[in-house]
Design a protein around this ligand. Sequence first.
Ligand SMILES: Nc1ncnc2c1ncn2[C@@H]1O[C@H](COP(=O)(O)OP(=O)(O)O)[C@@H](O)[C@H]1O
Ligand SMILES: [Mg+2]
Length: 250
Amino acid sequence: MLSVTGVTGGYGDLRVLWDVEATVRPGRITVVLGRNGAGKTSLLSAVAGLLPTVSGGRIELDGQDLAGAPAHRRVRAGLALVQENKRVFRARTVEENLLLGGYTLGGFGLRGGARRAALEQAYERFPVLRQRRRALAGSLSGGQQQMLAIGQALMPGPKLLMLDEPSAGLAPSIVNEVLAMVAALRDQEGLSILLVEQRIEHALEIADDVAVMENGRIITAGPKSVFDDGAVIREVYLGRSGEELTTGNQ
Ligand SMILES: Nc1ncnc2c1ncn2[C@@H]1O[C@H](COP(=O)(O)OP(=O)(O)O)[C@@H](O)[C@H]1O
Ligand SMILES: [Mg+2]
């Protein structure tokens, strides 16, 4: 479904991704783990066409190479991104926020029947948003705001959804709810998902595939079933250089 190979890039002269490879299988969830600053957000930005500098590599969605394409063309090809700490427009209604999701397509966005159909699908997916459709987004709970942000990203009907730490800033009791919602998008709609998450144990529960990043590189990747959860967690924290780190040799 998604295949990223040999992607190097960053911010101007500062390189933060080095020869990165990642895959998402159709209808599966790949979880990307790694400490702060490992390059997880930059990877999602590179796939979405939002990283300032990308030199080389391929970003293929269903066999179509999107490297170099502008962000709105990637949306048209079926990619969607919910950015980290993405805030909905709090002073706009729930429905206005959903409709804004159509504009990531560029141009005039979703129109007419396609717009109505996407809105209806969003309400079927998340019935609480229908109940609250005239409410200001700022009046929703944190979990509902994340639901709204996801609903907004799904308006153009993507094949692949990328989520950057959807549980960030939410109360621990809500984390399971948000990740169950992500798993339901896979299980009920067959969406392919690239998920960056700090709550490692929660994320591993819904993962099909796992990738661990360190210093802008993927250091481990593969089906979740071949890894021991504890080993993955240790690797995230200690990385490949774990031995040197524990002996203080950095
Ligand atoms: N806008 C930016 N300009 C310059 N450097 C950045 C910018 N955003 C992130 N970085 C740097 O890129 C590296 C990777 O960051 P990021 O992708 O945000 O990691 P993660 O999401 O894993 O925490 C870090 O060293 C970070 O300081
Ligand atoms: Mg990040």
